[in-house]
Design a protein around this ligand. Structure first.
Ligand SMILES: Nc1ncnc2c1ncn2[C@@H]1O[C@H](COP(=O)(O)OP(=O)(O)OP(=O)(O)O)[C@@H](O)[C@H]1O
Length: 597
């Protein structure tokens, strides 16, 4: 019999008779539902027939019928034991034991033919609209199933509706946190929240995979706050993030959700005075949000700070955190936190490499996947333009003019190119601001805040800004330099079209980038269309752009020398906006003057 492999039409009710094989005897296990079934099931009626099995005498138990809590809504569990079974009353739902243990044994077995009988009828709902979790514990019960069609079910439609109208309260979130969600304008939970929150509240370790901008932060923050309310404790949870800006953002979200319950968070990231962080840790916050390196510094050097009582560990952007770059730090952290903790891994691009996941030391995790492994958002329009490398700047200016009035995030591959391009655009009168790893942390946050506050319409950034940052008003992402790691593409373009909004992403492909681009298309499983451009109009810009390039190079040099001369200078001049010439240009004068306009 095909093991739950039969195709089942949506909207119909099905009866599956499953026969439990002898080797499953005595062990617990979970039903595994295959991908197709998860997609098509609306309602399923399972009739499990565990009958007359050739069980060896020494086997004491037959089967354990476990329904994984995340599998679906268990509507009905009905058990019938064959009339031949003499001690119905003793027969437990899942286990039948032999006579010596004083419970039932069917006649067939008593006659010497080893065999037991148990019917269990289950009805499960698999609403079609629901993105079902895809990871279940490998079933110990190997069941062979036969599928019969039953009459179509109306209940299923109701179940779909129910799924859509689920509230945070239905997920088990406590009232005070539901109110906080309400205040943030979160009227209903997102798919990943529907999947992950109930499981997290049950105390399971979770691997959460969902597309960018789908509310993963809420999916781990709400269960942690819920648990914190139940058992208040200092240094309750640790959230590890790969970038500093993301750490601040997550802290803001925790504080917004937990404001009414007085949650205290500490952000522990590099590039910021350690002393103030030590003081913050001395106050024993409830939640610590940290980048791995600086957290290690504090664990090693800050007196009185330890995470020995930690209850929750979250790795946001987990595939990045579990990457080789953070290997030593993460291993060190895992050694000094209790093994008896809950662990949540979340990302839009989760690694499947078992070795990497093992490093997170998860215990019997559930994978909540509401997107395929490398999926971009439906409302995101993605394009590419194929151009000669030397005209990249000109095409960028053309696109910025074409899509004027929008908010842009432009990704470059190096700090130097980010800085140079920001200068170039400023020279042409665009309100552009850079964000990269060679800027001081205060300047990085300054840039981000100006962009968030819409005081600047263009943020030029390295991949330091590609993951996690939630800036709702970003309309267009431009991959000025194509990402070398295809996964970064998904995160970069995910800075737009967030939380159900729409957005555009345009990737520049030069003669050197063709292979990288093909890899990206392969990863996302899509062929991207070309972004339409008028080449003659682009070429009309070359002269102006060339002039702005010259000024940008000069300013970059000037800026570098100035920095060398006055490293300790605390003025606002270690990002490009501080460079004198540029400031004038932003004010609208210098370039025009030079051009005589
Ligand atoms: N239930 C909800 N209803 C409405 N908006 C929500 C809900 N949950 C989260 N959001 C909002 O959705 C936006 C994106 O959330 P979040 O930053 O958690 O996404 P993410 O999945 O972590 O994205 P990324 O993969 O880019 O890190 C945020 O502005 C957040 O406030």
């Amino acid at each position: 019999m095909g093991d739950q492999e039969k195709h089942l039409a949506p909207g119909s009710c099905h009866r599956i008779s499953a026969v439990c094989r002898p080797q499953c005897a005595g062990r617990g296990g979970h039903w595994r539902v295959n991908q197709r079934q998860r997609k098509t099931f609306l309602s399923v009626s399972l009739s499990l027939s565990l009958s007359t099995l050739p069980v060896k005498k020494k086997k004491k138990k037959i089967a354990r019928l476990n329904i994984h809590p995340s599998l679906g809504v268990l509507i009905e569990l009905e058990k019938r034991v064959r009339p031949s079974c003499t001690s119905k009353a003793n027969c437990r739902t899942s286990v039948m034991q032999d006579k010596s243990r004083g419970s039932c044994k069917p006649r067939a077995a008593r006659r010497g033919r080893s065999g037991y009988a148990l019917w269990a009828e289950l009805k499960l709902h698999f609403p079609a609209s629901r993105a079902s979790p895809t990871y279940f514990r490998e079933p110990a019960n190997k069941m062979a199933a036969s599928v019969e069609h039953d009459s179509p079910s109306e209940v299923s439609e109701a179940a779909v509706e129910e799924e859509e109208t689920k509230t945070f309260k239905d997920l088990g979130v406590t009232d005070v946190l539901c109110e906080a969600c309400d205040q943030l304008g979160w009227t209903k939970p997102t798919k990943i929240q529907i999947e992950a929150i109930p499981l997290a509240l049950q105390g399971r370790d979770i691997i959460g995979l969902a597309e960018t901008g789908s509310g993963k932060t809420g999916a781990f923050a709400l269960p942690i706050l819920n648990a914190l309310l139940e058992t208040p404790q200092r240094l309750f949870a640790l959230v590890l993030t790969p970038t500093r800006e993301l750490a601040f953002q997550i802290s803001e979200q925790f504080e917004a959700l937990g404001s009414s319950i007085g949650v205290h968070c500490a952000v522990i990231v590099g590039g910021i005075d350690s002393m103030s962080q030590s003081l913050a840790l001395a106050k024993k916050p409830h939640i610590v949000i940290a980048t791995p390196g600086r957290l290690i510094d504090h664990l090693e050097n800050t007196k009185g700070f330890n995470l020995r009582a930690l209850k929750y560990l979250v790795m946001d952007e987990a595939d990045r955190i579990l990457n080789m770059d953070f290997e030593t730090e993460v291993d060190k952290i895992l050694k000094v936190i209790p093994r008896d903790r809950k662990t949540f891994l979340f990302s839009a691009t989760m690694t499947k490499k078992v070795q990497k996941l093992q490093r997170a030391a998860l215990k019997n995790p559930v994978k909540c996947a509401v997107s395929s492994k490398y999926q971009t958002v439906e409302k995101l329009q993605q394009y590419y333009i194929f151009i000669p490398s030397k005209f990249k700047d000109t095409y960028l200016v053309y696109i910025l003019n074409e899509l004027a009035g929008n908010s842009f995030m432009i990704f470059c591959s190096t700090c130097n190119n980010t800085q140079r391009t920001a200068l170039l655009l400023r020279n042409l009168g665009f309100t552009a601001i850079p964000l990269h790893g060679q800027m001081s942390q205060s300047k990085r946050l300054g840039s981000l805040n100006k962009f968030k506050a819409k005081a600047r319409s263009i943020l030029l950034a390295t991949d330091v800004a590609s993951r996690g940052l939630d800036i709702p008003h970003v309309d267009v992402v431009v991959n000025f330099d194509i990402p070398t790691h295809s996964k970064d593409y998904i995160h970069r373009v995910g800075r737009t079209a967030r939380a159900g909004r729409s957005g555009k992403a345009i990737t520049f492909v030069t003669q050197y980038d063709v292979e990288l681009f093909q890899r990206i298309e392969h990863l996302i499983g899509k062929k991207l269309p070309v972004f339409p451009t008028q080449d003659d109009e682009v070429m009309m810009l070359t002269e102006r752009v060339a002039e702005a390039q010259r000024f940008a190079r000069m300013e970059l040099r000037e800026h570098g020398e100035k920095k060398k001369r006055a490293r300790e200078d605390v003025g606002d001049n270690d990002d490009t906006e501080g460079a004198m010439g540029v400031r004038n240009k932003v004010a609208g004068g210098k370039m025009k003057k030079r051009k005589g306009r």
